[in-house]
Design a protein around this ligand. Structure first.
Ligand SMILES: Cc1ncc(COP(=O)(O)O)c(C=O)c1O
Length: 431
């Protein structure tokens, strides 16, 4: 057993006991497979601001922030106040309510391509219904998605998430359904053009920054996809579940100045509560309008908790805070410092740091990282050891996943992150 693992186990004995119980009660002990890191995840009992506290009383500066949903950190006071007020009125109406209008209008004001919005309960659902909308609107069946892209675990897009891309990442995926998915190479416009030739796609679904490995779209790539979609009558859909309201108040589309036809949102817009959304121009979005379309033309969408008032109010309070540019100056400044500081700490050790704005990812490989193949060429075992080393010193990022910074992180947090990284780098051989 490695020494980082021994140290981890000695600090998390209560978590180990709880994880035994968890594995008995839930498959794998978790409710999202990526949370199950080796040797076992520590069990969180509470969180506040930028800190997570586990069952053994350990405190961690949190660079995971609930899968990147908590851009204002845990329990941000105005958000908590709105949630408390709403819970006292009712946690769930299951009917048309004013809270959903307010959040939809707020998103419409902030996100460049959003004239109308439909809410779902997760990013997965939003991506799923966005594909249905694109298919209903264009009358076409096939969809393009990128190697390494993660849009949730539904059948159409649960392919090609990790190399080797031809191997299915799950059982239970019927080949008959996957025939409509065309897998595309990220940051390779000519490769995309070759693969889509003659395909008549309903849409191309793309993350403006590949979440797995925080790989930004290169200059011209998204613009090229937009042109390609325009020429071929396909819709360009940005999956901004991570980048939406994270890179800037108008998401990646404002940050990178490319407007998609449709946008898939999630995470941040729920202010820490379950959410997803599809946003876009009236012309396309109204295909979901049951007053306008007969069932055979309509892109149907719905769900028990969609437009839930607690989520809507938490999301609205969050987005109001994000109207202030100072938030992005702060988090993007800390992000740039973290990426620079970690890079410098690993100088000469064959490590590459990527990310945009307040996100970062450490690749244990030298040279450029342009796509998911490059991401998985990195030494994942070294990345896991680095993750556990940080955890043992009170810094948490979900090992081998993307890190993100919230508004309540401080310069001192980043200083500590860089210092602890330097200590770890001393254990890595120079290349
Ligand atoms: C880019 C992207 N799209 C979609 C999803 C799915 O969102 P959810 O986990 O809310 O279903 C995620 C989740 O991490 C994501 O990162």
């Amino acid at each position: 057993m490695s020494s980082v693992e021994e140290e981890y186990k000695s600090r998390t004995k209560r978590s180990a006991e709880l994880f035994e119980r968890a594995r008995n009660a839930m498959p794998g002990g978790v409710n999202h497979n990526i949370r199950a890191f080796k040797p076992y995840p520590f069990c969180v009992v509470s969180a506040d601001g930028n800190v997570l506290i586990d069952a053994d009383g350990n405190r961690y500066v949190d660079y995971w922030n609930g899968h990147g949903a908590l851009i204002l950190g845990h329990n941000y006071p105005p958000v908590v106040k709105a949630v408390k007020e709403q819970v006292e009125r009712s946690s769930h109406y299951g009917t048309f309510n004013e809270c959903e209008i307010l959040l939809a209008e707020q998103i419409g004001r902030m996100l460049p391509s959003a004239e109308m919005v439909r809410f779902t309960n997760s990013g997965t659902e939003a991506a799923m219904y966005a594909l249905r909308l694109a298919r209903a609107y264009t009358g076409r069946a096939k969809v393009g998605k990128f190697e390494g892209g993660w849009h949730g675990g539904f059948n159409d897009v649960h392919v090609g998430t990790k190399p080797p891309f031809e191997r299915l990442p799950s059982a239970g995926l019927p080949k008959s359904e996957l025939r409509n998915t065309v897998l595309l190479p990220y940051n390779d416009l000519n490769g995309v053009k070759r693969r889509v030739r003659g395909e008549r796609l309903a849409c191309i679904l793309v993350e403006p920054m590949l979440g797995q490995g925080c790989v930004p779209a290169e200059r011209g790539f998204l613009e090229g996809l937009k042109e390609l979609c325009e020429r071929s009558g396909s819709l360009l859909i940005f999956d901004e579940v991570i980048t939406g309201f994270r890179l800037s108040k108008g998401g990646a589309q404002e940050y990178l100045k490319v407007k998609p036809d449709l946008t898939v949102l999630g995470k941040i817009i729920g202010g820490g509560h379950p959410i997803g959304a599809i946003a876009g121009p009236r012309e396309v979005m109204q295909r979901m309008d049951p007053w306008k379309y007969q069932p055979h033309q309509l892109a149907y969408q719905g769900g028990t908790f969609c437009g839930n008032p607690v989520t809507m109010r938490a999301g609205l309070e969050t987005l109001k805070v994000l109207e202030d540019k100072a938030v992005y100056d702060h988090i993007n400044g800390l992000g740039a410092r973290a990426r620079r500081g970690i890079s410098e700490a690993f100088e000469g050790k064959g490590v590459t740091v990527t990310g945009l704005g307040s996100t970062f990812y450490v690749h244990f490989k030298a040279g450029e990282v342009r796509n998911a193949k490059d991401v998985f060429k990195g030494d994942m075992d070294a990345l896991w050891r680095y993750g556990l080393f940080l955890i043992n010193r009170g810094i948490f990022g979900l090992p081998t996943h993307f890190n993100n910074i919230s508004y309540v992180h401080t310069q001192e947090d980043i200083t500590k992150l860089i210092e602890v990284t330097r200590l770890f780098a001393e254990t890595v051989k120079t290349r």
